[in-house]
Design a protein around this ligand. Structure first.
Ligand SMILES: *[C@@H]1O[C@H](CO)[C@@H](O)[C@H](O)[C@H]1NC(C)=O
Length: 180
């Protein structure tokens, strides 16, 4: 009997030893990606943050970092710099500074495209018809007051994450330690 018990212990040891390097490898090369998500002022004032975070966690994202912040005119203008020559820019800055926002650093495999898919089309009015289960259909109103933001590419994600979370470098934890 004790021989059998020994064999079982040995077997368990072998299994755990053979599994552990796989897990370590998984952490380093799992293809995890990061993106920047934001609940805009209408989403926060409309009490949608808890519901949106529930959807985020249900969709297997990790919320790596988050903060409520009130954007001022300079910060909002810098964040949307690429739109600064567009006619809607002054409106956009007024809207984005109209109340606090919730900024989140999300992580999962294919985080950038999966988050864009989850929030739905830019025009929340259209989203209500074409993507009724999207977050913008849930809490957005039109193409400006569309409730949530998501980085539109991995390079935007890197810029936007650095913009809000200066000490966190997108993706690579090794370079994150170098930065610190
Ligand atoms: C805000 O939303 C949560 C659920 O997301 C709900 O439980 C709560 O009652 C709401 N609060 C108000 C003031 O509407």
């Amino acid at each position: 009997m004790s021989g059998l018990a020994d064999q079982i212990v040995l077997l368990l040891l072998l299994v755990s030893v053979s599994l552990s390097p796989v897990r370590c490898l998984g952490n380093g090369a799992s293809g995890e990606e990061r993106t920047l998500a934001m609940v805009k002022p209408d989403g926060v004032s409309g009490n949608y943050t808890d519901e949106i975070k529930r959807i985020i966690v249900e969709a297997s994202f990790s919320i790596v970092n988050e903060m409520f912040t009130q954007l001022d005119k300079e910060t909002a203008s810098a964040f949307y710099e690429e739109h600064s020559s567009r006619s809607f820019f002054p409106h956009l800055v007024t809207y984005m500074t109209s109340g606090p926002v919730l900024v989140m650093l999300l992580e999962k495999r294919n985080a950038v495209s999966d988050w864009r898919r989850l929030i739905g089309p830019t025009d929340a009015g259209k989203a209500k018809i074409s993507h009724p289960h999207s977050i913008r259909a849930l809490c957005g109103k039109d193409s400006e007051r569309n409730c949530v933001h998501g980085s539109d590419s991995t390079s935007s994600a890197e810029r936007e994450i650095k913009f809000f979370f200066k000490n966190v470098v997108s993706g690579d934890t090794a370079s994150q330690h170098d930065e610190l």
